[in-house]
Design a protein around this ligand. Structure first.
Ligand code: ARG
Length: 259
């Protein structure tokens, strides 16, 4: 039921989005983004269930949430831009996209170059290993002498970097990936021993691939939608987010994508 509603909604928004995009091209000669009435969302797929591709279509919790937020905030949804995670902030600041919806953790560093909406999801990191394999670490110390992977530019990578700084993981054993789908593939194939990744996504991969969660690293992260610092549409986005949380739409999306 919930899924059917949101499929219809997605189809509807795609139509509106396309019309919005051409209106933007017509009305916007120079200047960044798609004009003030259009918000062009950007993400980095390969991070299920937040954003991933299914039969060539971009889908996921963040996709539905962002479209709903943009719509309720009174703007038109532009065409989604799907790039590598570490290029999202530059793309935003260059005006190629107007909003980042990519399970992006609100961090002090990022907050210096972009603005974040109010938090919309909480997560810790998890360590993924091969399912039923010989390597069963129960703490970060157990990762010593092993090859550890993460996606470039993520807070998972920050955790691995901290382990390198502490001398637990050696620099040459760090495996950096453009996305976590590739990392999980390498883990299944035995080309890396462990992956540090956000726990909701670790759970998703554990359900669908031959990998399992070995242990959790408590990082207490909060995800936010990212916007340019000078974009005053952020307050409308926050109002829409609050409305969606209050009227049950947020919970519907959670049960659609996480259960
Ligand atoms: N939450 C983590 C971070 O902000 C990982 C996000 C990765 N997102 C993605 N769409 N690949 O760094």
């Amino acid at each position: 039921m919930a899924r059917e509603y949101s499929m219809d909604r997605r189809a509807y928004l795609r139509t509106v989005g396309a019309a919005g995009a051409s209106a933007a091209i017509a009305g916007c000669l120079g200047g960044s983004g798609g004009g003030d009435d259009v918000i062009v969302p950007g993400t980095a797929s390969g991070f299920p269930p937040f954003e991933f591709t299914e039969n060539g279509e971009l889908v996921g919790f963040d996709v539905d949430l962002a479209e709903e937020v943009i719509d309720r905030a009174g703007y038109e949804v532009g065409d989604w831009v799907d790039v590598e995670f570490d290029t999202l902030i530059p793309s935003l600041n260059e005006g190629d996209i107007d909003l980042v919806a990519a399970a992006m953790t609100i961090t002090e560093d990022r907050d210096e170059t972009i603005d974040f909406s109010d938090p919309y999801y909480e997560a810790n990191q998890a360590v993924l290993v091969q399912e039923g394999g010989d390597f069963n670490p129960s703490s970060v110390e157990d990762l010593e002498g092993n090859r550890v992977g993460a996606q470039s530019g993520t807070t998972g990578e920050d955790e691995v970097q901290a382990l390198i700084d502490e001398g637990i993981v050696s620099e040459s054993d760090y495996r950096q990936y453009d996305n976590y789908t590739l990392a999980v593939q390498d883990l299944e194939n035995g080309n890396v021993d462990a992956i540090v990744i956000d726990i909701p996504v670790a759970n998703n991969f554990a359900d669908s691939r031959s990998v399992e969660i070995a242990f959790e690293i408590e990082t207490g992260e909060e995800y936010g939608l990212g916007m340019r610092e000078d974009d005053d549409r952020l307050s409308d986005v926050n109002d829409a987010l609050a409305e969606i949380e209050e009227d049950g739409t947020y919970d519907d999306l959670v049960s659609e994508w996480f259960e």
